[in-house]
Structure formats: structure tokens, C-alpha cells
Design a protein around this ligand. Structure first.
Ligand code: TRP
Length: 333
């Protein structure tokens, strides 16, 4: 008998361009998951409103992020790829779940407490109920697995709690309890170019998939290194180790070996290593960048992907809403 495919849901915020860290940390795994599961990947553009973007920025960001995901190989023929705001059913489930989400538990959420600290002038109710909307996103498709980073694990725990609470309250076994799915050891953390920490969105530290070859060369050549090893077989310092980490994912193993050996014998020239690294990054990102630009320019293709994705997502979402309304007691006359 054919095993039922597990349902995977993951939302992607429409802020900022994707960088190498996003690619090797998350997207690569999405590409694998889409083959083995029934996947729903969406752009969380309702969530994006908590920071009050300008209308043109909101739309531009959604387009760009959508194009970047498609360019990486997220395949709308096999996964359901859609935009959250195209599925208004999710807002209905959000409203219904809000009735059983308690202000106390929402106020205690780590991400909310961080927002209070970081943006004290904009503590809107949307921020408070952010985990409820996220829960609605997930359970509306009856997800089993949600691939997210560590920073989202508490939200996932709350999703399970809201789903369980619904089931208990109405004495039904309706919503599956989804698990956070992270790729454990397989998840590669890509470091930044500034010597410490992981790749982020700050200028100079990250390499974006949409960066031009010139930008990439400039960024890599400016990367932090050290004054060079002073004795044979010395352990590389953190900034140099970071360059090796990036090299390992984009370069040929023989290239990595060449520079590792040169480091061990104190003959390494970081300028040469960076030149090679820049070219290898470009070799990897250039086809993606070209594809991003093609997709962004192809309005017809984007429109088709978005409308087909919305239709598939709404089919699943509206079936859930129909059942949920019935369970809650909204019956037809
Ligand atoms: N909160 C997630 C983030 O910031 C984005 C998100 C919204 C999400 N809804 C989701 C992730 C549902 C997974 C499932 O990254």
C-alpha cells in the first residue's frame, strides 16, 4: 500500500533578499523535501504588515522573494507555492483560534518580548497574535512537519498547543499536531565575511544570490582574515576558518585541499584564496541570479504561478474552514 505523503508547511517572510546562508541553511532542504512530501511553501505577507511596509515596498519584496525561491528550484509543479494574502481562509481560522489564545501566553512569547524591546513605538496587536496567525497558516493545511529554524521553535510549540486546545475543546481528533522539523546535523551554518558569527543581511557580511559578480568579488576581497599562520599545521583562526567553510560548499574538494595544505605549510596567500573563492561563489550563484532576473521580468509566468498556487492552497484551506465551522457549531440553516 502506498504510504500517505506527509504534509509540510513553511512560511517565508518577504523581507530582504536571500543570501548564501539561507540557501545552504534552508532552501537546499526545501528542495529535497518537496520531492518526498506534500509541500506548501508560502510568502508570509500578512505577517510582514507588523512592521508597516510602504505599499510599493510590500509588493516589490513579495515579487523578489517569490522569484528568488523559484530561481533556486522550488518547483510550483510539485509543491504548492503561494502568497499568504491570496488565501483569506487563513484569516478566518486566525480569528477563530484567537478566541482560545490567551493574552497571558501571547505576552510571554519570546519573540513578542523582543519586539517590545526593539520597537517600543509599534507594539501592535498583530505582533501579539503573530503566533496565532502562524498556527493558522500551519494547521489550515493539517501539516505534520514544519521546517523552521531554532528561532521559530517556540512558535511551533504554540501551534501545537492551539491545535490540541481546539481538539480538546470540541472533543474531536481533528488537527494533527505538527512537529518542528529541523535538519539537525545536516543543517550547515554559513558564516559571514566579517570574521565572526553567521551570515546575515548586514552589508559586507552576506553574499546575496542576486549579487552581481562585481559585488561578490568586492565583498570577498574585503573579507576579514589574519596575518597568516606562523607555524606549520597551525589551526586557522576563526575568520579564516569561516572562509574555508564557505569554500567547502561552493568549491571543488581539490581546491579546498590545495588551500588547506598551503595553510598547513604556511605558504598560503589569502589574496589568492579569496580570488578563487569569489570565482567559485560566482560559478554557483550566477545561474541563480540570471534566473531571478528572468523570472522577475516574466510577469506572465509569475502571475500564473501565483494564481495556480493560490487556487491549490485555497482548495485545501477552504475544506478545513468548512469542517471547522461545522465543528464549532456554525451550521447551515
Ligand atoms: N514566522 C516565520 C519566520 O519568521 C514565518 C512564518 C509565518 C512561518 N508563518 C509560518 C513559518 C508558518 C513556518 C510555518 O520565519
Amino acid at each position: 500500500m502506498k504510504r500517505e505523503m506527509e504534509i509540510v508547511v513553511s512560511g517565508i517572510r518577504s523581507t530582504g533578499n536571500l543570501h548564501l546562508g539561507n540557501y545552504f541553511g534552508a532552501i537546499k532542504n526545501f528542495l529535497k523535501m518537496q520531492k518526498e512530501n506534500k509541500c506548501y511553501f508560502f510568502i508570509a505577507d500578512y505577517h510582514a504588515l507588523t512592521t508597516h511596509p510602504k505599499p510599493n515596498d510590500l509588493h516589490g519584496n513579495i515579487r523578489q522573494v517569490m522569484a528568488e525561491y523559484l530561481a533556486c528550484g522550488i518547483d510550483p509543479e510539485i509543491a504548492t507555492v503561494f502568497i499568504q494574502s491570496d488565501v483569506p481562509e487563513v484569516t478566518e481560522l486566525y480569528l477563530l483560534l484567537n478566541m482560545n489564545a490567551y493574552v497571558g501566553e501571547l505576552e510571554r512569547t519570546t519573540s513578542f518580548k523582543e519586539k517590545i524591546r526593539n520597537q517600543p513605538d509599534n507594539i501592535n496587536a498583530g505582533l501579539l497574535t503573530y503566533p496565532v496567525l502562524m498556527a493558522a497558516d500551519i494547521i489550515i493545511h493539517k501539516a505534520n512537519k514544519v521546517p523552521v529554524g531554532k528561532d521559530q521553535e517556540q512558535h511551533l510549540e504554540m501551534t501545537r498547543r492551539f491545535a490540541r486546545r481546539f481538539n480538546m475543546m470540541y472533543e474531536v481528533d481533528y488537527f494533527p499536531l505538527p512537529d518542528a522539523y529541523n535538519f539537525g546535523k545536516k543543517l550547515i551554518k554559513i558564516p559571514g565575511l566579517d570574521g565572526t558569527g553567521k551570515m546575515g543581511k548586514s552589508e559586507g557580511n552576506g553574499i546575496f544570490l542576486a549579487d552581481t559578480p562585481q559585488e561578490i568579488r568586492k565583498k570577498v576581497m574585503r573579507a576579514v582574515t589574519d596575518t597568516g599562520p606562523s607555524e606549520p599545521n597551525q589551526k586557522p583562526s576563526e575568520p579564516v576558518k569561516n572562509l574555508f567553510t564557505i569554500m567547502k560548499v561552493v568549491s571543488d574538494p581539490s581546491t579546498v585541499k590545495y588551500f588547506t595544505d598551503k595553510h598547513a605549510t604556511c605558504e598560503i596567500r589569502y589574496g589568492e584564496m579569496k580570488k578563487q573563492l569569489a570565482e567559485d561563489i560566482i560559478r554557483f550563484t550566477e545561474p541563480i541570479r540570471v534566473r531571478i532576473n528572468e523570472i522577475v521580468a516574466d510577469r506572465k509566468y509569475m502571475a500564473k504561478v501565483v494564481s495556480e498556487g493560490a487556487a491549490k492552497a485555497r482548495e485545501s484551506a477552504s475544506a478545513t474552514i468548512r469542517e471547522v465551522r461545522e465543528i464549532i457549531g456554525y451550521k447551515t440553516f
